[in-house]
Design a protein around this ligand. Structure first.
Ligand code: RM4
Ligand code: MN
Ligand code: MN
Length: 424
């Protein structure tokens, strides 16, 4: 399905007056609106190739219809998203779920849609048909060197696919760990994992980064071998300067102070990638900003503060990706909401008066510190985000556009009602 430019313009025509009124009213609240708009225009979030179909829980899968049947169709879906919001111009591939059969063709198809290839993801948490050794008891941590080697070789394959696509990073998320006390030796599991990761690290091209993603629990429930940011930072520090920690919002124990983790990782120059989602209990992979929007804002506040302190580019110096799954909502509508929530939190954090905040902190003015943050958080920045979209040729209201243009209905017509895409 193709959404022509004139259709977007027609839709914008209908609401432009209301938008302009709201945007003008907001201008008083924003210092240096042009630089804020420029940052919003530059900011793009990668869409994972596994989030375009309906996910599942352990119990059931309720397919929605019109799901992409191939990598080509997944790229088409992200192209549609990007047309509407102009903020999702990147895709993150999971191998072997989405092996590009002809990397050149896939690369040009993506380029046609204005999409680049973000971090590649390896998968040693499932056994694939025909695979020689099982990952039932871990992959890189495994007690048998043949299993570790298989996991290392897979990661090297993933890097090679990425090179052909123009990606510049690999994310390694391991489900390695143990379910019961006594099942493994923590130190040996760490050492094996470090050794395996170093083998992969050796194959990184010089301009590539490796992201070591941590997760507190699941599928292992007693210990996880890359279980928190401390462990990830330990691996990343030992591996070398191309290795970084990746923070996935859903991978913490309840009530963890993620904004503080982000601040310290940035201070150490070791934050490399970011997975957005939201959660109530664990790795729920819910729509970004649907449960804890204030926390998302506080995290963005630290991201900006920490990146600015190091002179980093907000848009290019970290790998930004949505990592969610969709069981109830239409995946594309969910992604529209997630991207919007990220842009809103980012815009709000850009409004924080950092000079005043610093003064308040230096004077131990706790009340003012809170006021300054909440003033930004409580500003309705939606017209600002919409204005950035308008300037970049997107729609004022992507969700409304998705429905008015009957995108899902068209995809169902093209692809059928009973399609299943690869992934979770
Ligand atoms: C994991 C983790 C990884 C993702 C897989 C599908 O929980 O978040 O980033 O690749 O799920
Ligand atoms: Mn993740
Ligand atoms: Mn996860």
């Amino acid at each position: 399905m193709n959404v022509e430019k004139y259709k977007i313009e027609e839709l914008n025509e209908v609401t432009i007056k209301v938008h302009q009124r709201k945007f003008t009213a907001l201008l008083d609240e924003i210092r240096d609106v042009d630089s804020v708009l420029k940052k919003l225009l530059d900011f793009n979030i990668a869409i994972p190739s596994w989030a375009l179909g309906t996910g599942r829980t352990r119990f059931a899968r309720f397919a929605g219809g019109g799901e992409p049947r191939s990598l080509e169709e997944k790229i088409e879906d992200i192209g549609l998203l990007h047309k509407l919001n102009q903020s999702s111009g990147a895709i993150s591939l999971h191998i072997p779920w989405d092996i590009p059969k002809s990397p050149n063709d896939i690369r040009s198809l993506a380029a046609m849609h204005g999409i680049r290839f973000d971090a590649m993801n390896s998968n040693t948490f499932q056994d694939q048909p025909g695979q020689k050794h099982s990952y039932k008891f871990g992959s890189m941590q495994h007690v048998q060197s043949e299993v570790r080697k298989q996991a290392v070789d897979h990661n090297i394959d993933v890097i090679n696919y990425g090179i052909e696509l123009g990606s510049k990073s690999i994310t390694v998320w391991l489900s390695d760990g143990s379910c019961f006390p006594g099942q493994l030796n923590f130190r040996r599991a760490f050492e094996n994992t470090l050794e395996s990761l170093s083998e992969v690290y050796k194959h990184l091209p010089s301009d590539w980064k490796m992201f070591v993603e941590y997760k507190a629990f699941e599928p292992n429930f007693y210990s996880t071998t890359v279980g928190d940011w401390g462990q990830s930072l330990l691996y990343a520090s030992k591996l070398g300067e191309k290795a970084y920690t990746l923070v996935d919002l859903g991978h913490h124990l309840p009530n963890a102070n993620i904004e503080q983790i982000v601040a310290l990782l940035l201070m150490e120059g070791k934050l490399g990638g970011f997975h957005f989602n939201d959660s109530k209990y664990g790795d729920d992979d819910l729509t970004v900003g649907s449960v804890k929007p204030y926390q998302l804002f506080l995290i963005f506040n630290e991201l900006i503060d920490g990146m600015d302190a190091r002179g980093m580019s907000h848009s290019t110096d970290l790998g930004w990706m949505i990592d969610a799954s969709h069981n109830v909502k239409d995946p594309l509508e969910d992604l529209i909401q997630s991207v919007e929530a990220i842009m809103i939190a980012y815009a709000q954090a850009l409004l924080v008066d950092r000079e005043q905040l610093r003064k308040a902190q230096e004077q131990n003015d706790t009340v003012m510190g809170q006021e300054i943050l909440q003033k930004a958080f409580r500003t309705d920045v939606r017209p600002l985000v919409a204005e950035a979209r308008l300037l970049s040729g997107g729609t004022l209201n992507p969700l409304q556009a998705f429905r008015t243009l009957k995108i899902r209905e068209n995809l169902i017509k093209e692809r059928g009602l009973k399609t299943i895409s690869t992934g979770l």
